[in-house]
Ligand binder design. Structure first.
Ligand code: SAM
Length: 240
């Protein structure tokens, strides 16, 4: 059965399970994508894998699908968070989209001393993560956290989760230190103005932090996020 449309739903999925659609989903599926009763769609909810489902009822304000069979089991990403300082709107959207595609388990916007924006639209960013997961064939959607102050995040950190601290002031590559260190990790990317000296000193002084260079050029924060996710996934994640 040829089902190309993938939809994220907040509803349990299982054999014979019926799944109601809300108005925006019905608009997308029946209005934009011109699907009708009998059509097949792929569903995932971040917990039960991916399911082939058939449209049972199609309306302007809603609809109902019925799960037929599982097409993919749930595939969890490795336990790596992307902690980054929000930048301009479209570039922040880009970071969330790419982190989802590349396999981040959680996305943590953090407010550092030089972060330009003191607010984020968390729901909008979460919607970007959902869209990215729909598009890339993933069965998991990383949660986008509320904006948290850097100091608050650090105060409760502990030693259990290691930090890949992307430090543009480093000149020599230390990425070899990433090899073989399994367990939970977080990648730290600073804002346009970089981390402050105080923040840098705090990170450098942490037992759990490994300082890493991303090469001799200063990358924009969005480029740095993609480069860091690539290095981490290649060294320790599920790209090996
Ligand atoms: N402080 C810099 C400046 O104003 O020249 C720019 C910071 S850079 C745009 C944003 C973030 O990307 C940095 O805080 C760092 O986390 C990461 N980054 C960029 N280039 C890097 C590099 N070559 N090595 C390690 N991290 C880098």
């Amino acid at each position: 059965m040829d089902a190309k449309i993938r939809l994220y739903v907040e509803h349990p999925l299982g054999e014979g399970q019926s799944v109601p659609l809300d108005r925006p989903q019905a608009h997308y599926l029946f209005g934009v994508m011109r699907q009708a009763a009998g059509a097949h769609v792929l569903l995932f909810n971040g917990q039960d894998g991916e399911w082939l489902a058939q449209v049972v009822e199609a309306g302007k304000r809603g609809g109902v699908l019925a799960c037929v069979s599982q097409t993919k089991p749930l595939q969890m990403p490795p336990d790596v968070w992307l902690c980054f300082a929000p930048i301009k709107k479209t570039r922040t959207d880009f970071i969330v989209e790419k982190a989802t595609e590349m396999g981040a388990a959680r996305i943590v916007p953090m407010q550092t001393e030089f972060t330009n924006s003191g607010r984020i639209q968390r729901d909008r960013l979460q919607a970007h993560a959902v869209e990215a997961a729909e598009q890339c064939g993933g069965t998991y959607v990383p949660e986008v956290g509320e904006l948290i102050r850097f100091d608050r995040l650090m105060d409760g950190w502990g030693d259990a989760r290691q930090i890949m601290f992307c430090d543009e002031e480093l000149t020599t590559s230390l990425t070899s230190r990433l090899r073989g260190e399994a367990g939970p990790w977080a990648i730290f990317i600073g804002p346009e103005g970089g981390f402050s000296e105080r923040e840098r000193a705090r990170l450098r002084g942490m037992e759990a932090a490994v300082s890493v260079s991303l090469g001799p050029r200063i990358l924009r924060a969005d480029t740095a996020a993609v480069a860091a996710m690539t290095l981490w996934q290649q060294s320790l994640g599920d790209w090996q």
